[in-house]
Design a protein. Structure first.
Length: 59
């Protein structure tokens, strides 16, 4: 898998999690810990995307 396609996949997952967060926040029955976990996963993906982009621009 090329770097660009890997980044595209990470961005897609990031967007999927964002939609899950919005959906979860609109349902009062969803546990706050679940939302926190989704936000943590989203941030981890964002960090990985940024790390790969920086690594790509330095090479």
């Amino acid at each position: 898998m090329s770097l660009e396609s890997h980044l595209d996949e990470l961005r897609r997952k990031h967007g999927d999690i964002e939609r899950e967060i919005v959906s979860a926040m609109n349902h009062p029955s969803v546990d706050d810990l679940e939302i926190v976990d989704l936000k943590r996963r989203k941030l981890a993906l964002k960090d990985e995307i940024e790390k790969l982009q920086v690594a790509d621009t330095t090479h």
